[in-house]
Design a protein around this ligand. Sequence first.
Ligand code: UGA
Length: 440
Amino acid sequence: MAKIGIFGAGYVGLVTGACFADLGHEVVVRDVLPERIERLRAGEVPIYEPGLEAVLERCRDRISFTLDVQEAVAGSDFLYVAVGTPPTYAGDADLSAVWTVVDELPDDAQAIVVMKSTVPVGTGEKVRAALDARGLEAVGYVSNPEFTAEGTAVRDFMEPDRIVIGAFDEEDGDAVEALHIGIDGPVVRTDVNSAEMIKLAANAFLVTRISFINEIANVCELVGADVKHVAEGIGLDHRLGPHFLRAGIGWGGSCFPKDSLALKQLAANSGYHFHLMNAVIEVNELQKRRVLQKLQRHLGRLRGKSIALLGLAFKPNTDDMREAPSLVLASRLIAEGAEVRGWDPVARPELPGVTLHDSPLEAVRDADAAVIVTEWPQLLDFPSEETRAAMRHPLIVDGRNLLDPDSVRALGFAYEGTGRRISPTDVLPEAAEPELEPSE
Ligand code: UGA
């Protein structure tokens, strides 16, 4: 079994560390945030990730946490880099945390550096050159991108669709592959640049699928088709597959927005205008704003109207608010003069101007509309006699097509989904602002 030092105790670092410890390796996770390390040492898990706590608990004696670089490096065979690579002002990936790790390596380091953080293509070559320039030729370098999704990260790590390993040196690649013994999944061995591109291209393809189905949904609304049926019908084609065809109010999260922008900028910096990526990103920006038009169609002007946002995290089963569509929605609603309330079973963000409530029922009391922003399963039984009676206008805008339109309408709600047929009985004319008479 190997000794692995992991730099970064965020989602990726903790999941990677916990899973490697579960496979029997000895793991030291290093972070620069004292509070985070203290909590981890005390047995607390600072992020909401189903299954992670159980794995960490199970492997307590094989995983430790430190602020000290030396402790992570000493005796380690592998040094995983799992630090954040947020976008810079220019939209490129900010690699300063990656470079700090590389710069902090001691002069006698011997391990293999393994890049888990998502980085632009060419980063491995630059790191290799920097290591060589420092006389650290003995330090290996391997790209081993991550494909785990938040909420299912532990399962995704242990039961991956593939493990991608890009190495300069075959032996280093073999060593990283051997770390994964015990995990069943195809291994793709390649060069470093291609491994880096696989990661970016995979995320770019996933967002392209979502933006595609979102545009199909928008057309469905105009022509009277139902995107759920359309997605099912096209997803059964084995060449297309059923995944990532859920239409909604746009994709968010810590990865998709930053990685799609980073790929677009990587292409631009290399002299290529990536038309499709630009369109995919723009479609997503517009998608988040479409809910307002739906609310306006039912309620007229939104000034003074009270709108409840149900589900705030960027997707269910996480407390992550990074690039959550709820953020854009809330700020657009506030800009229109609406009063905005929010509910989420896990995320408790401080959103300026948004009042948080402890239950969906409280959030919608006297509200003019409820918007399902994140498809938490808890919202499946949100429509009821009680919630309808509590609302000033029983309007549900289902941004994720979570609910069954017929049963919601049968309960007396007006319902509007995403890419679904609009019922003429759904309009709440009494809620609309009266048309202004043209002045004489
Ligand atoms: C995503 C990828 O799915 C992972 O493979 C990848 O490793 C990860 O990014 C990363 O680069 O680290 P994640 O951001 O956790 O994972 O979440 P997803 O489940 O992919 O969802 C992303 C967004 O797309 C969410 O806002 C979700 O609501 C939206 N989405 C997803 C849709 O709107 N429709 C779909 O059909 C699927």
